[in-house]
Design a binder for this molecule. Structure first.
Ligand code: SF4
Length: 331
């Protein structure tokens, strides 16, 4: 059963048809992040994580990209597709994680650790990417960090939970972690996860590494407090891959609740349940039907990145794309 949100069928169908007509008229494609509202996901040309969508933006023959997501994602698409017009339907759609560090703060941090390699998660502004050596996704963060020579210090930013996961996996001692967090993922607690897992012993657990419970989930599965064979720390792309093959009758999902829509589409026979049903990203939900329609009618809001910043940021993003291309998935 797909969770489509509709006022009524006729107005939904009219809206859907008008969005598609305007999209064709503009020679555009709509890219929607996995955390968007179900109806925005359903009207989009492609749905996925931020990096996969940016790569589609770069490869598409369309001249305009409508990025239904948050601002740093549209910026990343512009960095990878500088010749295209990139529109974001809601320019005020920020990200508490990306906003936890700016370029000036990063420059000060770098000055305290001269010679350190800066590894930035893709959830960062273009200005911060331009100050970084390597970008990473949640899928390849361990591989990226493991590839840095052991004698080089690492500054990992901005997510403390993903950083803790990577440090644990690589056993890296000379790694400093920025204490940023996503308010949505930080709100999914280890206690909630344990209680839900105990109440549903037949369920698998899918945990995003940005979650407040992710590091605890790994630790608890190691100590036997959570069933190790049922606990999987997965990026959103990896969640979808596993959704198609799981044999579990139900799965508890610890990430933003918009992800449930794609998981249900990938495998409708499984009962998908949020660990925390209140884990909704207010920024992602800013793109409503009306907002998307206005964007397509008026061509608002165009996203631009200063060419010098874009070319420096692109070096870090290209380094990320070069590692584990086949499994490139982020938030
Ligand atoms: S869910 Fe968190 S990390 Fe993702 S866009 Fe929203 S605030 Fe940012």
């Amino acid at each position: 059963m797909l969770a489509r949100v509709k006022d009524d069928d006729s107005s939904y169908d009219e809206w859907h048809a008008e969005v598609r007509r305007l999209t064709n008229e503009r020679d555009a494609i709509i890219l929607a992040h996995n955390y968007q509202r179900p109806e925005i996901q359903d009207v989009a040309d492609h749905v996925g994580d931020s990096l996969a969508l940016s790569r589609i933006a770069a490869q598409s023959s369309a001249t305009t990209i409508v990025f239904a997501g948050v601002y740093f994602m549209a910026e990343t698409a512009k960095i990878l597709a500088p010749d295209k017009t990139v529109l974001i339907p809601e320019a005020g759609a920020g990200c508490s994680l990306a906003d936890s560090i700016d370029a000036a703060q990063l420059r000060s941090w770098k000055a305290e650790h001269p010679g350190a390699v800066v590894v930035a998660y893709v959830n960062t502004s273009a200005d911060v990417k331009a100050e970084s050596d390597l970008c990473c996704t949640s899928a390849n963060a361990v591989e990226i960090v493991a590839g840095v020579p052991v004698d080089r210090e690492i500054l990992f930013l901005p997510d403390q939970f993903l950083g803790a996961h990577v440090q644990r996996a690589t056993k890296r001692q000379n790694m400093h972690i920025w204490m940023g967090e996503c308010h949505v993922h930080a709100g999914i607690s280890p206690q909630e996860l344990r209680e839900k897992a105990e109440a549903s012993p037949e369920s698998e657990l899918f945990v995003h590494p940005e979650c407040g419970c992710a590091t605890a989930a790994l630790w608890l599965s190691g100590t036997g407090d959570l069933p190790a064979e049922r606990t999987h720390v997965l990026s959103t792309g990896a969640m979808l891959e596993r959704a198609r093959t799981t044999r579990a009758p139900s799965v508890l999902v610890a990430t933003e609740t918009g992800m449930l829509h794609q998981l249900r589409r990938a495998n409708p026979s499984v009962r998908w349940e949020a660990v925390n049903p209140r884990a909704e990203c207010v920024y992602m939900k800013m793109t409503t039907r009306d907002v998307l329609l206005t964007c397509l009618r008026e061509g608002t809001t165009e996203v631009n990145v200063d060419p010098t910043v874009a070319s420096r940021a692109r070096r870090a993003v290209d380094a990320m794309i070069a590692v584990g291309t086949s499994s490139m998935v982020g938030e």
